[in-house]
Design a protein around this ligand. Structure first.
Ligand SMILES: [Ca+2]
Ligand SMILES: [Ca+2]
Length: 351
């Protein structure tokens, strides 16, 4: 793996939508916004007024100790938290344990802390101003004695340190990340942050295995039916039942209970044709409506070549699954902007 998680936040309208993809431990912690760094799509805003919480947590493929893990995202701070060690902008975790995280203080200064609150790096000497979008990129190496941290803001290194203890117990693997966590339960220690285009990567694999630079996650929705298309829409054309920018649950949907039934879609144009494409991901919001095992596989079709995910088992409530494709299956090489513009998506009943 190289890219471990992709999140554009464009596909969410409500907190329930966010909760379809993340654990949202306290109602009111997160909301969507149309305030974005490049003026398109949506962002996510942390607006918690009290209570410690784990932020937007996501399991990622496990990264063995010895490999670096990085993350790229846009950040705008609307208000600072109280003091050091209370606002973890991003945690790099083993399960629910935060080994190392990037922390923000009450004047906008950054540092890295272990285990949620123990300082391991200096407080870096440049602050993030309020109400300004910054591109943040962080890279960490977890170790009890030879850990490393670095943060780059708008592509420039603002702080780095090595020879650190960045491991908080555990075995030292990283298999979970969390964005915008509050470590203190005090209402005076919360801040307000807006984030967008969140990507997590590691230094394994042959592509996307080093600092990415600034990234933007663009989202497109189905715009037409393609073949095969053997699922059934409860109303209208298949694509029309699943093209809402605001997910509408059981109001309009497509379904099938037949093994290997598939639905294939052409996709709406991206707002720009990107000069570089790090990866393409397919996302499906789905549920089953009866007991018993039921899975889907979904993915991309490029030219006539498809790449589908492993089976994604479904629950009774809507859950969002995201699958990352770093290579264009038609060329077995990184995506071009034109190929990303032309990509189709496909979902099939796999169990
Ligand atoms: Ca976005
Ligand atoms: Ca729908």
């Amino acid at each position: 793996m190289s890219i471990l998680h992709i999140e554009g936040f464009d596909q969410y309208a409500t907190q329930a939508d966010i909760a379809s993809a993340y654990a949202v431990p306290n109602p009111g912690s997160f909301e969507t916004r149309t305030d974005t760094p490049l003026g398109r799509g949506r962002s996510v805003r942390h607006n918690r007024t009290s209570g410690a919480h784990a932020g937007l947590t996501k399991a990622i493929p496990s990264v063995a100790q010895g490999a670096y893990v990085g993350s790229s995202f846009w950040l705008k701070v609307e208000s600072y938290p109280y003091g050091h060690g209370y606002c973890n902008i991003i945690q790099f975790r083993e399960g629910s344990t935060s080994h190392i995280c990037l922390d923000l203080d009450d004047k906008g200064f950054l540092q890295f802390v272990r285990g949620g609150s123990s300082s391991v790096s200096p407080i870096f000497n440049r602050p993030l101003d309020l109400n300004v979008w910054y591109h943040v990129e962080v890279r960490v190496l977890v170790s009890d004695a030879t850990g490393e941290v670095e943060v780059r803001i708008n592509g420039e290194t603002w702080g780095a340190a090595s020879g650190l203890d960045t491991q908080y117990g555990g075995t030292g693997v990283l298999d979970n990340v969390a964005l915008f966590c509050s470590v203190s339960s005090s209402s005076s220690r919360q801040g307000v942050y807006v984030g967008d285009s969140w990507v997590v990567w590691d230094t394994q694999g042959t592509t996307n295995n080093d600092w990415l630079g600034d990234v933007e996650v663009l989202t497109s929705l189905p715009s037409g039916d393609d073949t095969p298309g053997t699922w059934v829409a409860n109303t209208g054309a298949l694509w029309e039942a699943i093209d809402e920018a605001d997910p509408d649950g059981d109001t309009t949907y497509i379904s099938s209970s037949t093994l290997d039934d598939a639905a294939t879609f052409t996709m709406g144009a991206l707002p720009v044709t990107p000069e570089r494409v790090l990866a393409v991901s397919s996302q499906v919001l789905a549920r089953k409506d009866d007991s018993g095992p039921r899975s889907i596989a979904h993915g991309v079709v490029s030219g006539a070549v498809e790449a589908l995910s492993e089976d994604q088992s479904l629950g009774l409530t809507y859950g969002l699954t995201t699958v990352v494709f770093e290579q264009d299956p038609a060329t077995a090489a990184p995506w071009t902007g034109a190929a990303a513009q032309a990509v189709k998506t496909k979902v099939k009943v796999s169990v």
